[in-house]
Design a protein. Structure first.
Length: 393
């Protein structure tokens, strides 16, 4: 395999060679694939690791799509799985959404996507659902360890666990309709193009993958009542969340962008430097602050249109200081009983995952070209509605 060959036909051929499969189901993946590969080759300034890892990531995604299509052909009942009233946790990155998600996922009545499942949503073609070993887990642990080896500071920024619940943005990445690959490299042409597209195909395929994961979990003996999902990415496409999941219940977590956006930039910059020797932290700041400012304006517009009753608002300071009280609000919002068993499971998880067990996360605004005045201006409407008004209560 030629790591420097980002030609779409060559990448597709390598994916088809993995299992000898040819059928992708439809060709909705093809245009974003071609745009992405062009940007990776001509804009990303990838180092040797970046060329190898990111090309292989694309091959993995395509090979997964082929496997998924094979399963759908053999088990058409997968598409009959009902995704009932999913809980979708959103908010700017670094607002406590991970803690909320992982705490609620400790309730065994909830289905939650695990990191290895969102990275590799399809098992091997001969998986028998009873074998103790699943090569996806081995591959996911190795990949996560490689990221930490490439930049140990990542552990100070975000809790990483291949077997733990994680963001579903990587399921959206399976259609190439997501912003996830931009977290690894500077690919401005693809970024601009994908932001201008209708992401309905991505969200429809996202639902298919949730149906597939739910089918897998049931075959493995897990019985849940609903999904608990989480991704800041959904802020950009809240209209599509409700279009594809009309009965979704959305929890939105709030924290001042002056605190969250520089922290996000630190995380993204920590990824870029693994795969490119030319990574520019100020370009990270420019891209991602603008991206989430637009996303927040979009979600505020959707709230204006649909009404605030579709949303439950929580604040980061409360989530940190009284987590189980905030969790109770979520269960009331879902009209679910917060059982003693669930509370005990959550308390055990929170004790295990104490923030102080991880090293401190340090950065400055200036590193990423930010100023307080600039961020205040970008997020003015959001801060006035959800941050400043809350501070003055």
């Amino acid at each position: 395999m030629d790591d420097s060959n980002f030609d779409a036909d060559a990448v597709v051929a390598d994916a088809q060679a993995v299992d000898g499969l040819k059928d992708f189901g439809d060709d909705s993946y093809r245009e974003p694939l071609e745009k992405l590969l062009w940007s990776l080759q001509y804009e990303a300034q990838l180092n040797a690791i970046g060329k190898s890892v990111l090309r292989q990531r694309v091959v993995d995604i395509l090979a997964t799509r082929l496997r998924v299509q094979s399963y759908l052909s053999r088990y058409p009942e997968i598409l009959e799985e009902q995704i009932e009233a999913p809980l979708v946790i959103v908010g700017l990155p670094r607002t406590g959404t991970t803690m909320l998600h992982r705490t609620i996922a400790a309730d065994h009545r909830m289905y939650a996507p695990l990191w290895y499942e969102v990275r590799f949503p399809c098992p091997a073609l001969d998986w028998d659902f009873t074998a103790a070993g699943d090569r996806r887990i081995t591959e996911a642990k190795a990949e996560m360890q490689a990221m930490v080896d490439g930049n140990p500071e990542l552990l100070a920024i975000h809790p990483m666990d291949a077997m733990g619940p994680d963001e579903d943005i990587m399921l959206l990445e399976q259609s190439f309709y997501s912003f996830n690959i931009q977290a690894f490299a500077n690919i401005p042409s693809f970024d601009q193009w994908i932001e201008s597209q209708d992401h309905t195909p991505g969200y429809r395929y996202f639902k298919v993958l949730l149906q597939f994961l739910q089918w897998q979990k049931k075959r493995s003996g897990q019985q849940g009542q609903r999904w608990v999902l989480k991704a800041p990415h959904h802020l950009h496409y809240m209209d599509l969340v409700f279009k594809v999941f009309p009965d979704a219940k959305v929890v939105q977590s709030h924290r001042d962008p002056l605190e969250t956006i520089p922290s996000l930039a630190s995380l993204i910059a920590g990824m870029w430097v693994i795969y490119s020797d030319e990574a520019d932290p100020k370009e990270v700041g420019r891209q991602w602050a603008g991206k989430f400012a637009r996303g927040m304006r979009h979600t505020m517009a959707v709230r204006e249109q649909l009404g605030d009753e579709r949303f439950l608002d929580l604040w980061f300071s409360d989530t940190v200081s009284q987590p189980l009280q905030e969790i109770r609000k979520i269960y009331d919002f879902l009209d679910m009983e917060l059982t003693e068993e669930a509370r005990a499971e959550m308390a055990r998880w929170q004790d295990f995952n104490r923030r102080e067990l991880r090293p401190p996360h340090e950065y400055t605004l200036a590193q990423f070209g930010f100023s307080e005045e600039g961020l205040e201006q970008q997020f003015r409407a959001y801060r006035e509605r959800f941050i400043l008004s809350h501070q003055h209560r």
